[in-house]
Design a protein around this ligand. Structure first.
Ligand code: 5GP
Ligand code: MN
Length: 350
């Protein structure tokens, strides 16, 4: 669907029964527009929401950004974060905004259950739901849909849409910075197999328009707190379980560990990739005890092993083939490690 798109805007991405330009015409007529993304928003979710917000503002369309909850603090520097309405902090305002909207852009998620406690208020809003997303098999909730699971990030898809609107040269510094963050974080800094020539064409376009990419990398990755660095070092040296015969490794952090290093949201970001970076490891699991009896999982793999399938079948989760998430309820970390050890033969039987 997107193959024909290039940065000269020769083709338009198709949204269900509408071309990009029809979508733009409807956008101009909308009086109240909300932009949202999935819960525990990552760089792609925040970058997409604020990137679209900045771009539409540049084009004379005001929008409100509503997110289910806070994003990790290493994204605090992103332009526009102070204007976001967080549902878990101000549900009344968030619900009002969604209820009075004509259109709600739903970015970087494929099912209403991905917005957590906001799910019912989002579903009940009479607004049209326009979805831009790169996860597989979107649920049937979109009035318009731009979906491509082969694309590395929602932000890259949004650029295609903006190109389809004929506005590639109108992208502001703020919009480009946000969209760059999403592409950068969801592709592991442009290294995953999902990166294509098109991804680099988008980046080249941003740089040719003067984007300060070095500053973005520095702001995102080189302002880490000592606590965060020490927590990750502790995790790798004291909390790693290697299952060499299966090429799987688990790193688990309990409530006590997190307290000891004054854990803040986002402090474990990237840890699971460090585990995956160990020689011989093909599947990595990071388990973080959010509260007693609730463990959040991040799963990564290289090659054919689908952590999305594992997350979906065992951990009430989902995601992509090589990057997924899920939850474990009613187990301690110790019990979870036992569960993994016992389940390995089943997970890896061919
Ligand atoms: P992360 O490990 O970075 O939190 O998430 C990796 C990927 O898995 C992301 O694409 C994210 O959208 C997805 N993901 C994370 N947690 C969940 C979950 O609980 N349910 C589903 N369906 N996807 C998840
Ligand atoms: Mn994404």
């Amino acid at each position: 669907m997107r193959e024909g798109i290039n940065l000269l805007g020769s083709a338009s991405p198709v949204m269900v029964s509408a071309t990009a330009l029809e979508c733009w015409e409807d956008m101009k007529k909308s009086e109240s527009v909300v932009i949202t993304a999935h819960r525990s928003p990552d760089g792609d979710a925040v970058g997409a929401a604020l990137g679209l917000h900045h771009h539409l503002k540049e084009m004379g369309i005001a929008t409100s950004v509503v997110l289910p909850d806070r994003f990790p603090s290493f994204l605090d520097w992103i332009p526009g974060t102070d204007g976001i309405c967080f549902y878990d902090e101000n549900a009344e305002k968030a619900t009002q905004l969604m209820h009075h909207a004509d259109v709600i852009w739903c970015l970087d998620f494929n099912g209403l259950d991905r917005v957590g406690k906001m799910e019912n208020d989002l579903r009940d809003s009479p607004a049209k739901k326009w979805v831009v997303d790169h996860h597989q098999l979107p649920d049937d909730f979109a009035d318009r849909l731009l979906s491509d699971s082969s694309c590395g990030s929602t932000c890259e898809l949004l650029v295609d849409l903006i190109v389809g609107w004929g506005q590639a040269d109108a992208l502001s510094d703020d919009a480009m910075a946000c969209l760059y963050v999403g592409i950068m974080t969801d592709t592991g800094s442009f290294r995953f197999p999902s990166v294509t020539a098109h991804t680099h064409a988008v980046l080249a376009h941003f740089l040719s328009r003067g984007l300060d990419h070095a500053r973005i990398h520095q702001n995102t990755f080189d302002e880490q707190s000592l606590n965060r660095v020490q927590l990750q070092g502790f995790a790798m040296s004291e909390r790693l379980h290697l299952h060499n015969e299966f090429g799987l490794a688990v790193v688990g952090l309990g409530c006590n560990d997190l307290e000891r290093f004054h854990y803040k949201s986002g402090d474990t970001e990237g840890l699971v990739n460090k585990v995956l970076g160990l020689a011989g490891v093909r599947v990595a699991i990071m388990a973080r005890e959010a509260e007693l009896g609730l463990i959040k999982l991040s799963l990564r793999s290289v090659g054919d092993f689908s952590v999305r399938d594992l997350a979906a079948s065992e951990f009430d989760g989902g995601g992509h083939k090589n990057a997924a998430g899920g939850v474990v309820r009613g187990m301690t970390l110790l019990e979870f490690n036992d569960f993994v050890s016992k389940s390995l033969p089943k997970w890896f039987e061919t």
